[in-house]
Design a protein around this ligand. Structure first.
Ligand SMILES: [Zn+2]
Length: 257
């Protein structure tokens, strides 16, 4: 599942291909969009910016028109030279934008919508999403306020995946961050200090930033290492689903308390 760092990376690539270039065509090939007339509305408009917020990506066109995308489990962005080979089948394309030099393709949705609101309404919608773990200045106060408004019996690992509390963290960085902060993902929110939970953010931010820059993928401390010895203490790594959605959680029962 794409996490915030891969969405930020995609936003950079898509932005580099589209911003400042003349948009030659916008197509929405899926039958579900055939009545929306989005292509006509977007025709001839420049792309002003491409921004990621958590796992959301926004293509902002001239005239307060914004395409909002969320990849959930299976969607993907591709940026190709014009006429180049795509890495998924053409029938899976939900959005195709062409410039003279590039083709930008969104595959498999599953969330793609044209937002026609002005700036204020757009900002209000963003505000409903938790602070972006990869924002230049992470909004600690908003994060803690949202976290403390949540059920104190909820496990911290589950809460960190809640995009209304903090956006951009998925199952990989949740497990890795809790390990690096020495915090059990099962610890209830009511028993976690602000500094402990901010410790998870402090640990994952530089790793995610490095990933946005396209740095080499570092080894995993616990993620997908169930039954293997902990790299610090050699205790076998444990694994269980957590929360209402039963999301994968890996942890070292010795290093994380
Ligand atoms: Zn350990």
């Amino acid at each position: 599942m794409p996490e915030g760092d891969s969405i930020h990376r995609a936003a950079r690539r898509v932005g580099a291909a589209l911003v400042g270039s003349e948009i030659r065509s916008v197509e929405l090939p899926q039958a579900r969009h055939s009545r929306d007339r989005w292509a006509e509305r977007l025709a001839g408009r420049d792309v002003r910016s491409v921004d990621a917020h958590g796992k959301h990506l926004f293509l902002r066109f001239d005239g307060d028109l914004t395409l909002h995308s969320h990849l959930r489990m299976g969607g993907a962005w591709g940026v190709y030279p014009r006429g180049g080979r795509w890495h998924r089948a053409a029938r899976r394309a939900w959005l195709v934008i062409r410039t003279d030099e590039h083709e930008v393709v969104q595959f498999d949705g599953p969330v793609l919508e044209l937002m026609t609101e002005g700036r204020t309404r757009f900002d209000q919608r963003l505000a409903a999403i938790g602070p972006d773990v990869l924002a230049a200045e992470f909004d600690k106060r908003a994060f803690l306020r949202r976290l403390r408004a949540d059920d104190p019996t909820r496990g911290v690992g589950d809460a960190l995946l809640d995009q209304r509390i903090v956006s951009g963290i998925g199952t990989v960085w949740k497990s890795e961050g809790c390990f690096l902060a020495g915090l059990s993902p099962w610890r209830r929110l009511g028993k976690v200090t602000d500094d402990q939970v901010l410790g998870v953010i402090r640990e994952v931010r530089p790793l995610m930033e490095r990933s946005v820059e396209g740095g080499r993928r570092q080894h995993r401390w616990v993620f997908e290492r169930a039954g293997l010895p902990c790299r610090r203490c050699e205790t076998p790594i444990e694994f269980r689903g957590q929360g209402d959605d039963n999301r994968n959680t890996f942890w070292c029962p010795e290093c994380q308390r």
